[in-house]
Design a protein around this ligand. Structure first.
Ligand code: PAF
Length: 281
């Protein structure tokens, strides 16, 4: 496995593959890799000739400085895991390499930037769009792999490739869960054992949406779910929202929707956990 830190080196290395028509699969990450990331790498390996993983904790997507500083970093472990999984190339730039400029481009991400994560983390998706766009321009992948846990991020990236006329094919991959149902996330490593065990309540709660729909109690779900989670004093729900899976418009009535997604963000102390569940109607 090759590890490259600078743009000029990765560009000339990958040009060799591009000129021979080899397919490049790309998994962008912020490191602190877990089994979910490695699943993306495995899917990429099956579908491409070479798999590139980037590790870069992107400062522009953190609206909370403390969250950025506390974001788990574990490069040595990450490289070991990637090498064991059979990743071909790791791109690990530093901040100067990725952000030589002071002013950033603003992307027109539309209304999907304003709800849920966008509402509670102002500027977050601009930061994601900036870095993903830069990484796509550097790696020039055929296929890029993202986990569905970051459901809204996926919608943003699909829009990004449209507005930038990018040819990268965005592949969304299923959420990988811990055995207690908690969605795998780098942030889970900041939970205590008790918090981790109790955090199963997030998925077990949103999973009940389908029962509420079957019992014609859709309109009661959100307040029930909020109370159910907040009754455990380890947790404080930041938002729970049900949106149309395609355009992310808030759903208040199930008519005229083919698929809906219930998205949730919950604080466990300082640690912010997100999850979602999609229901095809
Ligand atoms: O999902 C993530 O880990 C990040 O948002 C991403 C896509 C690597 C951009 O920094």
């Amino acid at each position: 496995m090759k590890v490259i830190n600078n743009i000029s080196e990765i560009t000339s290395y990958l040009n060799g593959f591009i000129s021979t028509g080899k397919k490049i699969g790309f998994v962008p990450t912020m490191g602190a890799l877990h089994f979910g990331h490695l699943t993306l790498v495995n899917i990429s390996k099956e579908q491409n000739d070479i798999t590139v993983v980037s590790i870069f904790v992107n400062p522009t997507q953190f609206n909370d400085k403390q969250d950025f500083e506390k974001y788990p970093r574990n490069t040595e472990e990450d490289l070991k895991k990637l090498s064991e999984t059979g990743c071909d190339l790791v791109f690990m730039p530093n901040e100067k390499e990725m952000y030589p400029e002071k002013e950033f481009k603003k992307f027109n991400l539309g209304k999907i930037e304003e709800v849920m994560e966008g509402r509670f983390r102002p500027g977050h998706f601009q930061g994601v769009a900036i870095i993903v766009n830069k990484l796509f321009e550097i790696v020039k992948p055929n296929n890029a792999y993202f986990g569905q846990k970051d459901f809204q991020q996926l919608a943003i990236i699909k829009r990004l490739v449209i507005i930038t006329n990018s040819t990268v094919n965005i592949i969304s991959c299923p959420i990988i869960r811990e055995s207690n149902g908690l969605a795998m996330s780098s942030r889970n490593s900041r939970l205590s054992k008790t918090e981790f065990d109790n955090a199963s309540i997030i998925y077990s709660t949103i999973k009940q949406l389908s029962d509420f729909i079957e019992n014609n109690k859709f309109s009661e779900f959100k307040s029930w779910a909020l109370n159910n989670i907040n009754a455990n004093n380890l947790f404080k729900t930041e938002y729970i929202e049900i949106v149309d899976s395609k355009n992310l418009e808030i759903v208040t009535n199930l008519k005229n929707h083919e698929s809906i997604t219930c998205c949730i963000a919950v604080f466990c102390g300082q640690v912010r956990l997100i999850d979602n569940i999609q229901i095809n109607l």
